[in-house]
Design a binder for this molecule. Structure first.
Ligand SMILES: [Zn+2]
Length: 286
């Protein structure tokens, strides 16, 4: 079975606000255990987290071995103050603060750095990404700093320009990576960056009613096209569903993500090999 390369053990897959209410005063073991049990039921033994602001993934590190799960976490994701990312982590307003947060995650036993370089897809405005992206030169300094401090870097990044800049900066994996172009895909290939497209964060919303279906379908069509191009170019690809996000359940999310890949690329031994290869890069680096 494949590993889940992008999850948030803190989230429940249906109501973010409830997840916050449940665990803002401290991690609730029964909830974390429920999520780990769902991985186990589905035969999943590797989970890489994307972070949370409430110390839930820190607690999860201690529980994962009971489930035979290799669990990797940045503890909290890092975002520039005033930019997107508060829902999964903490902010910095200077390089000095960025460094001290890395020291803190190190002290807490975190395994890698997660950096938010852009916002998320705006389903009400087709083709747009929310907020403002971090400038490329800043991303470069942040990624280099994390590397110098001994940590690999996962970036949350959307939009061709931002993906290109994060890959050039040396990000070890790029999450989401929606709205890419030929140039950004070529850069992922050249830099051997692993792309974790989290397809089901869009695919699973179609027909749900929370966002306009026309817009979701249009984004899904673009995702399919970009995934096909990335696959043909030989970009490293790995399965990560963003489990815990709305309509993406722990355990099931990874199966959904695999089916989404098969829907686009066709189920084949070659696809499975490619996904195993991408996952092995993730496991080596994180
Ligand atoms: Zn995520």
């Amino acid at each position: 079975m494949f590993g889940e390369c992008h999850a948030h053990i803190f989230m429940n897959g249906y109501d973010y606000k409830k997840a916050v209410r449940d665990q803002k005063d401290g991690p609730v073991d029964s909830l974390i255990r429920e999520h780990f049990a769902a991985y186990r039921r589905n035969g999943i033994t590797y989970v890489r987290d994307g972070g949370d602001p409430w110390g839930v993934s820190k607690r999860a590190m201690a529980l994962a071995p009971e489930y035979g799960i290799t669990y990797r976490t940045p503890v909290f994701a890092l975002h520039r103050e005033g930019h997107y990312g508060g829902i999964v982590g903490r902010s910095f307003s200077s390089l000095r603060e960025f460094r001290s947060l890395i020291l803190e995650l190190k002290a807490q036993g975190g395994h890698f750095v997660k950096l938010m370089t852009t916002g998320i897809l705006d389903f009400d405005r087709y083709g747009e990404v929310t907020g403002e992206r971090l400038p490329g030169d800043e991303v470069r300094v942040l990624v280099e700093t994390a590397h110098e401090m001994g940590f690999s870097v996962m970036t949350h990044t959307n939009g061709a320009r931002a993906v290109l800049e994060a890959a050039e900066a040396g990000a070890d994996s790029i999450e989401h990576g929606n709205f890419q172009d030929e140039e950004s895909l070529a850069c992922l290939k050249e830099k051997k960056t692993v792309w974790v497209p989290t397809l089901v964060t869009v695919r699973n919303l179609i027909g749900d009613g929370r966002f306009p279906d026309d817009s979701l379908r249009a984004v899904w069509e673009v995702q399919k096209k970009t995934l096909r191009e990335g696959f043909e170019k030989g970009v490293y690809l790995a399965l990560g569903s963003d489990a815990g996000a709305y309509r993406v359940l722990h355990g099931q999310g990874l199966l959904d993500e695999y089916h989404a890949f098969c829907e686009v690329l066709g189920e084949s031994a070659v696809l499975r090999e490619r996904l195993q290869e991408g996952e092995s890069k993730i496991r080596e680096r994180f």
